[in-house]
Design a protein around this ligand. Structure first.
Ligand code: KG4
Ligand code: ZN
Length: 333
């Protein structure tokens, strides 16, 4: 089955063609980083306008690179949320229009679930479940027990900032360009994480929940109190932030894996690009099987949407209604 997937939840316009949920024939991503960089973060109105400008040529490119025509597509999938409302509407309406005019089934995909699927895509599915999923992205940070594809039990989430958002805000405090994650990672490589002690947030009576707004404020106060001006000061502060935040994530993820008796951990979202995070998991959890998305599937992309769309359609057996609405938030996967 050939699935055409569309992603437009935030600042990437993407289209991919995926066969049977796993074979990626094309995976085109048009990033808007250049557009938002001067504002230090995503500007929703600009994001929608860019999605409109590039959507059709991104779809064309995905079809061309896969050497597939629209007639050969069996299913159209699109991320219906969570995300920015205006941005979501562009991708969702493109998908619905294609489905309606081509008379093909349409399926709406949850973007967060798709981030986890990115790491499962090339795995044999039989011995994977149950496992612990950790979503580490710019908009979301949560731990989920994956009982099977499509069957999830939420464990915990952030009560304030998402981890990627915290990276972006700390980068802004340090006068680094958007997106902040890769910039912080680069500086942290030559930084001393012990020089400026920081603390990860604890949530009262919910030991597996996350809180990153306190550590972000800790970085701000350190800057105000210590005159962080030299390059090495920034490296030390970046290293302290990254080490403290990731130690918290690894500790809570392993605790969830232990509580739920799961030996496999699946990670997803843009922050999984971080090499230090990958090394830390390998070091702290040598006995667990840790599944990471391939580099091209870490950030927002449509291959994960098309891939998961295939499974959602197979479970459901019918098309989603074309009245399916875009959702800025989705309460439960
Ligand atoms: O998954 P994603 O593309 O978008 C959302 O669904 O939110 O993730 C984007 C986030 C940004 O906050 C970015 O700073 C972060 O991922 N990120 C990183 C790295 N690369 C991207 N964070 C830490 N280290 C990185 N190397
Ligand atoms: Zn995402």
């Amino acid at each position: 089955m050939l699935v055409l997937g569309i992603e437009s939840t935030c600042d990437e316009t993407a289209c991919a063609i995926v066969e049977d949920g796993k074979k990626i024939l094309s995976n085109v991503v048009s990033s808007q980083i250049d557009l938002h960089r001067e504002f230090g973060g995503v500007v929703p109105e600009l994001s929608c306008r860019r999605h409109i400008d590039v959507m059709l040529s991104v779809v064309d490119q995905a079809l061309n690179e896969a050497s597939v025509t629209l007639d050969e597509i069996d299913l159209i999938a699109a991320a219906y949320g969570p995300g920015l409302i205006g941005a979501l509407l562009i991708g969702l309406n493109t998908a619905k229009t294609l489905a309606l005019t081509l008379q093909k089934p349409f399926i709406g995909v949850n973007h967060i679930e798709a981030h986890l699927y990115a790491a499962l895509m090339d795995q044999p599915q039989d011995s994977l479940f149950p496992c612990i999923g950790a979503v580490l992205s710019g908009g979301h940070t949560s731990l989920i027990r994956i009982n099977a594809l499509g069957d999830y039990t939420p464990i915990s989430e952030t009560v304030d900032d998402a981890i990627g958002e915290a990276f972006d805000k700390v980068a802004k405090i340090l006068n680094l360009p958007y997106p902040g994650g890769p910039e912080i990672e680069k500086l942290a490589k030559t930084g001393n994480p012990e020089r400026f002690p920081l603390k990860a947030g604890r949530v009262k009576e919910r030991p597996l929940h996350f809180s990153f707004s306190g550590i972000k404020t800790g970085v701000l106060y350190t800057c105000q109190n210590h005159q962080i001006t030299e390059h090495q000061d920034k490296c030390d502060l970046a290293a302290s932030f990254q080490t403290t935040a990731f130690a918290d994530i690894v500790k809570k993820t392993l605790r969830a894996a232990n509580d739920e008796e799961c030996s496999t951990i699946v990670l997803g979202g843009g922050v999984t690009n971080n090499r230090y995070l990958r090394t830390l998991f390998a070091k702290e959890a040598p006995e667990h099987r840790i599944l990471w998305p391939k580099p091209e599937l870490t950030l927002d992309n449509a291959a994960m949407i098309a891939g998961l769309g295939y499974h959602r359609y197979r479970f459901k057996g019918v098309s989603d209604p074309l009245t399916l609405e875009a959702a800025t938030r989705i309460a439960r996967m």
